[in-house]
Ligand binder design. Structure first.
Ligand SMILES: [Zn+2]
Length: 617
């Protein structure tokens, strides 16, 4: 047995030997607990008026470390997220992943050293608090407050405690939600309910979405939505300064302070809003889903709540639902609707249980997909088509904003069958949502922003990308069709996507750029990738069988041979993803050859996947 395997097994053992905490994590599924107070963390009261990193501020930050360092966290679910030495150097810039923060939080995977330590996390949380204080001034009645939630990852508890310390150190109130979904965290900045200390001024979700068990990260929200790339860069720069200051001053001479962290069951507020939304759509019937059999697959992520606290109160039968228990080792399948094994698992569950509908979420529930009673998936283009049909019934003629890899068939469906407008934009859920918001601001009405990955956001839901709310829209349709006597079961949904032209061949190949290759001549992979795209574009211009898309926001998109391809540069990695869709293999290969002919002279580009693809005939 290799050392890596052994370590992984040790981690599994540690995670599995913590039943108490798993029980705590799952208890919100059925028990609504009243808000309670518990003295967990030290903090510094006041000192809120920070506008930049002054030495005074850093002094305050240094103080809080004294008491935190000697404290032992009692949560056992936390596998050593801090297995590095306390003051190991951290390159905070490397933790940025677009508008999220992502890193390795658990040791044990070869070649993936921990770079998201507890202390680094504290610095990041303190930096977020400072960022928030620069934008929102606390009034006399209360301090600013920040909610913290997490998904089912094994490093969640350790990082939650570290985030809490960082926020509290800046004099802000900390409200812990425990196991939660990403959209619920954003929602907590909008909810008005003082019993639950809402609205909060800022919110932090601890998650790395569908990534492997050893990763973790953060998403940040205010009532304006998720923070953008520039904000994350700003926070990481502040975190660097905070961390460096502590690094220089050490841990000694820090005084102990006491404060309280509040814990509330906010998910009960969030889920009761989802329940109300379905009841409203069904003419206020108490159990509008009575008799419907709906199975949920949460992939052992945070989405298990949906069966017991949304579907069951609405009257649905949920037997056969699977992987609802949080388990940060994800032993069954990756919680990700884009993952083939995950979709196969929910499809099988629907068929085995003869259910009306299957619902699947990603780890932190900002993405979702569904399966109808025949086992046909509502995923990727088909989910977008379904959501477009529902939204266009409510808002005729509205613009649907999607990411760049959506199919030509989807455009035809939205524009010809549904009478809407398809605005195909860039990859990245935040890009898609921001574009929909921008269109509305310049007078073009848009009510839906949705990615093939399963991120979907509606104007009516504050542009919050919420996988659970996306599924609520489907449930609304089921419930309202039955209430009005216009349809039964998931056929209502299947019927809505009739006429969507789906390609027989749809592939995504990833062409890697070797960053150390001499052909880069010391330049960046980004410049190299752009050069590849430019060259491809000029080649296409001279080919009468191929037509460039007249409007295109990302990469090179070309129609031809009855299909299309898109070659683009990845948002974060040295990779050029290539999507090809066509009516048959022969035409798909012709499109592949057109790309290969243009890119083969770029020797730093690994085209082996494409070579293989064009040889398949
Ligand atoms: Zn996610």
């Amino acid at each position: 047995m290799s050392a890596t395997t052994l370590k992984t097994l040790q981690n599994v053992f540690m995670a599995q030997s913590c039943p108490r905490n798993r029980h705590l994590d799952t208890q919100y599924r059925r028990d609504r607990c009243a808000p309670d107070m518990c003295n967990l963390l030290p903090t510094q009261v006041g000192k809120c008026a920070w506008t930049s990193i002054s030495s005074m501020q850093l002094h305050h930050l240094a103080k809080y470390k004294s008491c935190t360092w000697n404290r032992k966290t009692v949560y056992c679910n936390a596998v050593s997220a801090t297995s590095t030495t306390p003051m190991e150097k951290v390159d905070f810039r490397k933790l940025q992943n677009g508008s999220d923060i992502r890193g390795v939080a658990v040791a044990g995977v070869e070649g993936e050293p921990v770079n998201l330590t507890n202390l680094g996390t504290e610095a990041i949380a303190a930096a977020f608090a400072m960022w928030l204080l620069d934008r929102k001034k606390p009034d006399a009645s209360r301090r600013l407050r920040v909610s913290i939630g997490h998904d089912s990852r094994i490093s969640a508890q350790a990082l939650q405690d570290a985030v809490s310390r960082g926020i509290a150190s800046a004099g802000l109130d900390v409200i812990q939600y425990g196991l939660a979904s990403t959209p619920a965290m954003f929602n907590s900045t909008l909810t008005v309910n003082e019993e639950f200390f809402c609205p909060v001024d800022g919110s932090i979700m601890i998650t790395a979405s569908h990534l492997p068990y050893n990763r973790n990260g953060f998403k940040f929200f205010t009532n304006g939505g998720g923070l953008g790339k520039a904000d994350i860069k700003d926070i990481l720069e502040r975190a660097t300064s905070i961390y460096d200051k502590i690094y220089v001053e050490g841990f000694e001479n820090r005084e102990k302070t006491d404060s309280a962290v509040k814990k509330v069951d906010y998910m009960s507020v969030y889920t009761s809003d989802l329940v109300k939304a379905v009841r409203r759509a069904a003419q206020d019937i108490e159990k509008p889903l009575e008799g419907f059999h709906i199975v949920v697959d949460a992939g052992n992520g945070a989405g298990g709540f949906f069966a017991a606290t949304v579907l069951e109160p609405l009257g649905a039968i949920t037997t056969g639902s699977q992987f609802l228990e949080p388990d940060g080792m994800f032993p069954n399948h990756i919680p990700n609707p884009e993952d083939k094994a995950a979709m196969k698992a929910i499809t099988q569950a629907v068929l085995d249980n003869k259910a009306d509908l299957g619902i699947i979420f990603d780890t932190d529930v900002d993405r979702s997909a569904a399966v109808d009673s025949t086992g046909s998936e509502f995923n990727r283009n088909r989910l977008i088509a379904l959501m477009s049909a529902i939204v266009l019934e409510e808002h005729p003629g509205t613009t649907i904003v999607t990411d760049s890899v959506t199919s030509d068939g989807l455009t035809t469906f939205i524009e010809k069958k549904l009478g809407g407008k398809h605005h195909r934009f860039k990859r990245g859920y935040k890009n898609v949502i921001d574009e929909a918001i921008r269109l509305n601001s310049v007078g073009e009405e848009s009510h839906l922003a949705i990615e093939t990955s399963g991120h979907g956001a509606l104007k009516e839901n504050h542009w919050l990308d919420d996988g659970a709310y996306t599924m609520v829209k489907l449930l609304n349709k089921l419930a309202s069709a039955r209430a009005s006597g216009t349809g039964v079961g998931s056929e209502v949904l299947t019927h809505l996507v009739e006429g969507l032209d789906e390609p027989a061949v749809a592939v995504e190949l990833r062409l890697k750029i070797d960053q150390n290759h001499v052909d880069l001549k010391g330049g960046s992979f980004r410049d190299y990738g752009e050069a590849v795209l430019q060259h491809l574009e000029s080649k296409i211009d001279g080919d009468p069988k191929l037509q460039k898309a007249p409007v295109n926001y990302e990469g090179v998109r070309v129609s031809g041979f009855g299909g299309w391809f898109l070659l683009r540069l990845s948002l974060h990695d040295p990779v050029l993803p290539l999507n090809i869709e066509a009516a048959n293999s022969e035409d798909a290969v012709k499109l592949g050859l057109a790309v290969l002919g243009a890119v083969k002279e770029f020797s730093a580009l690994d085209t082996s996947g494409l070579d293989k693809f064009v040889q398949r005939l």
